[in-house]
Design a protein around this ligand. Structure first.
Ligand code: UGA
Length: 477
């Protein structure tokens, strides 16, 4: 089977390369010729774990190549469309103009019997609309349109592709179903679930999954606020909630608010497409509003704790919307830094991967090669992205280089005890003033661990969860 993937952004690229790695011949198509020639030379165009070796491997085996020439589509049995569906700023809806444009442009090249697969995240009804466009452009053509939403997280996209919880295929005919069965046989043989449904259910399930996860993050952020007010510790609360198998431990890490190219866009699009259908998606609407107000409050929190930031120097560690990526789209940093600058702060920043992308969007920031260099002479350090390497910085080293004492740890990466031992003021998320971030202690059942108690001493419980909690889920002491 020959596969074409239109759009070599992070979804199209990862999808194409993973399919090629399983032995399918893949044509990657992108109108950006520079991007195609870099990919053909084995140069990764985005930062993604494992991407460059994967790219080099499939190029070497000649299973994938990249071109701007849409005519290669005429060879393809399946054409995946993975172009962007950004938020239309006027309406909040997903902007489908790129998708529609590509469908019109590729129509003349499609071969009989082809399945066009919508990989982009789209509102319900889009697959049917795509089929309508194709029918109009090619009344002669025998084709099917199918939905195959992606659930890849940036930073672990290759891993997510190869070890998916499920592969969702929204099909409306047997031919498309048979092709998906053949395409994904490699992964099904390794235990992945292949789920067939209607295109509408597939489209809805993608929005529903992202909105639910965004809501889960927003929920724990709200619990963090409650913990701060009530004298609790959100790390413990999240761990204890996560022990309930119905809730699960993932996506309960409190932080400065969610960002990225998916949650903000998809929650807004869900609200808008629901409204169009006469449905008030009030929970998702509240999630969007709570996340927006959280980002604003994070800036206010820094300003208030420092007694104003006029002429203050702040080192910001982490600009990417999360660890493992160079993506800064809708990152909290893009909202927070300008607010601090408006209030008079000067910003020195570091990010392991995202500095060149961020420099174009964040003017008047000085960029530094290391976190410690950024912290030199600063009144405060503000940690925004959960890069694991930041957790390895000894707080005492920060204290030596700073002129002030505040460490705003908005990802709860540092140990509260180590930060205060270094003489710094630890402003973390979801820890009430009188709690101090002590350890969560878990006692296992005698039959499982012979009565041994696991004392998670001196380190934040998130370093151990969920593995430690799964290992000893029975009694909480
Ligand atoms: C998300 C989904 O997780 C993927 O399944 C989906 O395929 C993808 O969107 C997409 O639609 O393309 P991604 O945007 O890469 O993936 O990032 P996530 O790992 O989901 O994180 C989103 C945001 O939530 C980040 O800002 C992250 O820092 C934040 N987050 C996540 C938390 O604050 N706490 C958590 O516990 C988890």
């Amino acid at each position: 089977m020959i596969v074409a993937v239109v759009g070599t952004g992070y979804v199209g690229l990862i999808t194409g390369l993973c399919l090629a790695d399983a032995g399918f011949r893949v044509h990657g198509i992108d109108r950006n010729e520079v991007l195609c020639s870099r990919l053909n030379s084995g140069i990764a165009t985005i930062h993604e774990a494992g991407l460059e070796p994967l790219l080099k491997r499939v190029l070497r085996r000649e299973f994938a190549s990249f071109t701007s020439d849409l005519s290669v589509i005429s060879e393809a049995d399946m054409v995946f469309v993975a172009v962007g569906t950004p938020t239309d700023e006027r309406t909040g809806e997903a902007d489908l103009s790129a998708l529609r444009g590509v469908v019109v442009e590729m129509a003349p090249f499609l071969k009989s019997g082809v399945t066009v697969v919508v990989k982009s995240t789209v509102p319900v009804g889009t697959n049917r609309a795509v089929a309508g466009i194709l029918r109009e452009a090619r009344p002669d053509l025998d084709f099917s349109v199918a939905s195959n939403p992606e659930f890849l997280r940036e930073g672990s996209a290759i891993q997510d592709f190869n070890h998916a919880d499920r592969i969702v295929c929204g099909v409306s005919d047997e031919a498309a179903r048979r092709k998906f069965t053949a395409l994904y046989a490699h992964w099904v043989a390794r235990g992945t679930t292949l789920a067939f449904t209607s295109p509408e259910n597939a489209e809805l399930s993608k929005y529903a999954a992202n909105a639910f996860l965004a809501m889960k993050v927003t929920f724990i952020n709200e619990m963090a606020d409650l913990c701060e007010a009530a004298g609790g510790d959100v790390e413990h609360v999240a761990a204890l909630m996560g022990m309930d198998a119905r809730i699960g431990r993932s996506f309960l890490q409190a932080g400065p608010g969610y960002g990225g190219s998916c949650f903000p866009k998809d929650t807004n699009a869900l609200v808008s497409s629901a409204a169009k259908l006469g449905v008030d998606a009030s929970l998702v609407r509240a999630t969007v509003a709570a996340n927006e107000s959280r980002k604003r409050r994070m800036a206010e929190r820094v300003i208030a704790a420092l007694g104003g930031v006029a002429d203050k120097r702040i080192a910001v560690l982490g600009i990417a919307f999360k660890a493992g990526t160079d993506d800064v789209r809708d990152s909290v940093s893009l909202e927070l830094l300008p607010r601090l600058q408006e209030a008079g702060a000067s910003i020195r920043a570091h990010d392991p991967k995202a500095m060149s992308a961020a420099a174009k969007l964040l003017p008047d920031v000085s960029w530094h090669e290391s976190a410690l260099e950024a912290a030199v002479g600063c009144d405060a350090v503000l940690l925004l992205t959960d890069w694991p390497d930041y957790a390895l910085i000894p707080p005492v080293a920060l204290a030596k280089t700073m002129r002030g004492k505040h460490l705003f740890d908005f990802r709860n990466l540092f140990s509260a005890a180590e930060v205060s031992a270094a003489g710094l003021l630890h402003v973390s998320i979801g820890r009430g003033a009188d709690v101090g971030g002590g350890p969560l202690e878990i006692e296992s059942a005698p039959q499982q661990q012979e009565g041994a108690a696991i004392h998670l001493l001196g380190r934040p419980v998130r370093e151990f969860a969920p593995q430690a909690l799964e290992a000893a889920p029975s009694v909480v002491g």
